[in-house]
Design a protein around this ligand. Structure first.
Ligand code: WT7
Length: 647
C-alpha cells in the first residue's frame, strides 16, 4: 500500500463529487425525490424516452407474481432503438465502436454502418429460417460481429443465448440443448495472449450432440484451419455479402423475450435466465445514462466485460447503444503484448469512462503504478466497478492511480437476474464511500432483512432483497418456472431473494458481504460449488469431492477442492499427477475459469449426522483460520485431521 493510500484510508473519508463534475452533469438533482414519490411514473417517463412502435398504456402488471409484465401492451423494437433511431436523428456518422483486435488491427464502425450490417444479418437470419421466438446460440470473441449477431436476433424477435467463449464444448452443448437453439453463430478463432485460440473446434464438438442445431454460421477472424461440415456450416462473410442492407424493424410486444443467459446456481445445472424487451431496455438505458453520467456526443465509454456475461449484454450492447454512445471494444487480454495495454488503449482512444471489475484492478495494483504512469490517462472522468465487492484499498488505488486522485468511482451492484444496475452511487450527486455500493438506484426498492423477512438494524448483517418488481428483472428461468419461484421467491414469498449478504451502515449506505449460498465468485464470474463437485466426481479417480470458495488476493475467491480418491487409484499415480489431472479435467468439462486453484487429497470429509458435507468448515481450512463450530459434525475429529494434514 502506498503511503498516500494509507492516509486516505485511515481518514475513512467520503469523496464528494468534484465541483466541475457536478456542474456539468445532466442528471436531474431531484431524481431521488421524484422516484420516491412515484417510482412507477418515473419508470414510465424513462420508458417514454425510447421509441415505441405502439405506446403502452399500463406500466406494470403484477397481478400474477413473481411473473411481472412491464409496459406489456406497448410494442417496441430493441434494435430500432439502438440503431435506426440514432441514424434518423442525424447521428449516423457517430462512431458506435472503435474496435481493436489483440494483434493491433483496428476497425471503426459508425451507427450507420452498424445499422447496415445488422440489417444484412437480420435478412440472413430470416433466409436461414430463423423466426420470432427461435433460439440462436452465439459463441464468439469480442469482435463487432458478435454485437451484430445479437442485434440481428433482437431485430427479428429471435432469442439469443450468448455463451462465453471460455466455456468448454460440454458446457456449450448443454446450453444449446437446454434452449434448443436452431442456429449457432461462432468464429474460426480469436487471439488470446498473442496466440490464436480456436473456437470452431469447440463448436464442432458440442454440435455433434445437439439435435436442434441446423446451421453453424462462422465469422472468419483468426484464419486458423478448421474442419467444415458441408451443408451445416456457412461462412458469415459469404452469406452476408448478398444480403440487402435494409431491413424494416417491426414492433414486438414489450414482453417479447430478448435473450437467455445461463448462470450458475446452487445446483449442478446452470439456469437459463430469461430477459424480455421493453422493461429491460428501459432500465439498462436509464442506468447507463445516469450512473455513468453519460454525454453521448463526447464520451468514449469502455466496459471491459466480455459479451458472454450480462455486463457485456447490458453495458456493451443494449444500454450504451440505446443511448447512442461511442465505445471502445477490445478483443484481447490486458497484458498482451505488454502489461500496459489497457492504459495504452485509454490514451489512444481518449476513453472517458472505464467500467471494469475489482479483480482486474487488484491485478494492476500488484503490477505496480509505474505501468499506468507511462500513459496519459487524463481523458478519464469516471470509473466504474462491478462483479464483486471492491475492497477499499483497491477502490482508493483505482481513484488515485487511474483516476488521477479525482475521478468519481461508481461501485455498481447487480446480477444476471436483475438485468441492470440496482445499487450504485450517482457520481454527480453522491458522496462516494470506498467499499460500499451505497444507494438503490432511483425507483428500485432494496432492503436487508433477517431470515424471517424483517429489516435488520444498522451495521447488522442480513440478506439483500428487492421489495418491489423492477423493469429489467428476469422474467423466469428458461423452461423451468418452478425453479424460478423456488430459487428467488420461496424464501420470503413477496420479496426477491438475491443470494447476497449485505448490511446498512450508520449512514444507511449498503455494503455487499458476498454470497450466502453455494455460489462462488471468481474474478467476478459466477460458479457453482455443486457444478464443480459434479464434474470432479464424474472423474474415474474420484470417490467424493467438496468444493469451497476461499478468499484470494487477486480473484476475490478461488476454487478449492477437497477430494477423496478411489482406493484403487491411490497407488497408481502420484498425488501431484492426480491433482494435475483433476484440475485439467474440470477445465475441460466446464471451462478454464472453473479450474480449481488448489486440490487437496484427503481421506475423509466433514459431515453432519445426516451426511451433509459441512463446506463452511472446509473453507476455514482452506483459508487457514481457526475451525468454526463443529458441534453438528458426525465425527468432530474429522475436520481436525484434515486441518492437521494440510496446514
Ligand atoms: C453476483 C452476480 C452484475 C454483473 C456481473 C456479475 C456479485 C456483482 C457486485 C458489487 C458486490 C457484487 C454479487 C451478485 N456482485 N456486483 N458491486 N459488489 N458484489 O453478474 O455473474 O450474475 O453475479 O456478483 O454476489 O449476486 P453475476
Amino acid at each position: 500500500m502506498s503511503e498516500n493510500i494509507e492516509v486516505l484510508y485511515s481518514e475513512n473519508r467520503k469523496f464528494p463529487p468534484p465541483e466541475d463534475f457536478a456542474a456539468q452533469s445532466k442528471v436531474p438533482k431531484d431524481i431521488y425525490e421524484k422516484a420516491t414519490a412515484n417510482p412507477l411514473e418515473c419508470w414510465a417517463n424513462e420508458a417514454r424516452k425510447l421509441h415505441w412502435h405502439k405506446p403502452f398504456t399500463e406500466i406494470l402488471d403484477w397481478s400474477n407474481p413473481p411473473f411481472a409484465r412491464w409496459f406489456h401492451d406497448g410494442e417496441i423494437n430493441v434494435t430500432y432503438n439502438c440503431l435506426d433511431r440514432h441514424v434518423i436523428a442525424g447521428n449516423g456518422d457517430r462512431v458506435a465502436f472503435y474496435w481493436e483486435g489483440e494483434p493491433g488491427d483496428t476497425r471503426t464502425v459508425t451507427y450507420k454502418e452498424l445499422l447496415s450490417e445488422v440489417s444484412q444479418a437480420s435478412n440472413l437470419l430470416i433466409s436461414l429460417g430463423v423466426t420470432e421466438g427461435d433460439r440462436v446460440a452465439i459463441y464468439m470473441p469480442a469482435i463487432p460481429e458478435a454485437v451484430v449477431a445479437m442485434l440481428a436476433c433482437a431485430r427479428i424477435g429471435a432469442i439469443h443465448s450468448v455463451v462465453f467463449g471460455g466455456f468448454s464444448a460440454e458446457s456449450l452443448k448443454s446450453r444449446i440443448n437446454d434452449a434448443e437453439a436452431k442456429l449457432v453463430i461462432t468464429a474460426d478463432g480469436t487471439y488470446r495472449k498473442g496466440k490464436v485460440l480456436p473456437l470452431k473446434p469447440i463448436v464442432d464438438e458440442a454440435v455433434a450432440q445437439t439435435p436442434s442445431v441446423e446451421k453453424v454460421l462462422v465469422v472468419r477472424r483468426a484464419g486458423n484451419d478448421i474442419d467444415w461440415a458441408a451443408g451445416r456450416d456457412l461462412w458469415w462473410h459469404e452469406e452476408i455479402s448478398s444480403m440487402d442492407t435494409t431491413h424494416t424493424a417491426k414492433g414486438f410486444p414489450a414482453e417479447q423475450p430478448l435473450y437467455i443467459l445461463y448462470t450458475s446456481g446452487t445446483t449442478g445445472t446452470p439456469k437459463g435466465i430469461l430477459h424480455s424487451t421493453g422493461g429491460y431496455l428501459t432500465q439498462v438505458s436509464t442506468t447507463h445514462r445516469t450512473v455513468f453520467d453519460l454525454k453521448p456526443d463526447s464520451d468514449i465509454f469502455w466496459c471491459t466485460a466480455d459479451i458472454g456475461w450480462v455486463t457485456g449484454h447490458s453495458y456493451v450492447v443494449y444500454g450504451p447503444l440505446a443511448n447512442g454512445t461511442t465505445q471502445l471494444l477490445y478483443e484481447g487480454t490486458p497484458d498482451t503484448p505488454h502489461q500496459g495495454r489497457w492504459w495504452e488503449l485509454i490514451e489512444k482512444y481518449g476513453v472517458t469512462i472505464l467500467y471494469t471489475a475489482p479483480t482486474a484492478i487488484r491485478t494492476f495494483m500488484k503490477l505496480g503504478r509505474q505501468i499506468p504512469a507511462q500513459f496519459d490517462l487524463s481523458s478519464l472522468r469516471l470509473l466504474g466497478s462491478v462483479g464483486e465487492p471492491i475492497n477499499p484499498e483497491a477502490w482508493l488505488w483505482y481513484r488515485e492511480v487511474i483516476g488521477a486522485g479525482k475521478t468519481p468511482i461508481v461501485d455498481t451492484w447487480w446480477q444476471t437476474e436483475t438485468g441492470a444496475i440496482m445499487v450504485s452511487p450517482i457520481p454527480a450527486l453522491t458522496d462516494a464511500k470506498p467499499g460500499s455500493a451505497q444507494i438503490p438506484f432511483p425507483g428500485i426498492s432494496i432492503d436487508v432483512v433477517d431470515e424471517s423477512g424483517s429489516t435488520v438494524g444498522k451495521n447488522q448483517g442480513g440478506l439483500l432483497v428487492a421489495r418491489e418488481p423492477w423493469p429489467s428483472m428476469l422474467r423466469g428461468i428458461w423452461g423451468n418456472p418452478e425453479r424460478f419461484k423456488e430459487t428467488y421467491w420461496s424464501m420470503f414469498g413477496d420479496k426477491y431473494f438475491a443470494g447476497d449478504g449485505a448490511k446498512f451502515d450508520e449512514d444507511g449506505d449498503i455494503w455487499l458481504l458476498g454470497r450466502v449460498d453455494d455460489v462462488l465468485n471468481v474474478s467476478g464470474h459466477r460458479l457453482s460449488t455443486t457444478e464443480i463437485e459434479s464434474s470432479l466426481v464424474a472423474h474415474d479417480f474420484v470417490a467424493e469431492a467438496a468444493v469451497v470458495g476461499a478468499s484470494d488476493e487477486t480473484t476475490g475467491q478461488a476454487v478449492v477442492a477437497f477430494v477423496i480418491l478411489k482406493s484403487r487409484h491411490e497407488q497408481k499415480i502420484s498425488e501431484a499427477e492426480s491433482v494435475h489431472e483433476l484440475k485439467a479435467h474440470v477445465a475441460k468439462q466446464i471451462g478454464s475459469l472453473a479450474r480449481p486453484r488448489d486440490i487437496h487429497l484427503v481421506d475423509e470429509l466433514p459431515k453432519t449426522r445426516s451426511g451433509k458435507i459441512m463446506r463452511r468448515l472446509l473453507r476455514d481450512v482452506a483459508e487457514k483460520r481457526a475451525i468454526g463450530d463443529t458441534t453438528t459434525l458426525a465425527d468432530a475429529d474429522a475436520i481436525k485431521r484434515i486441518d492437521e494434514k494440510l496446514n
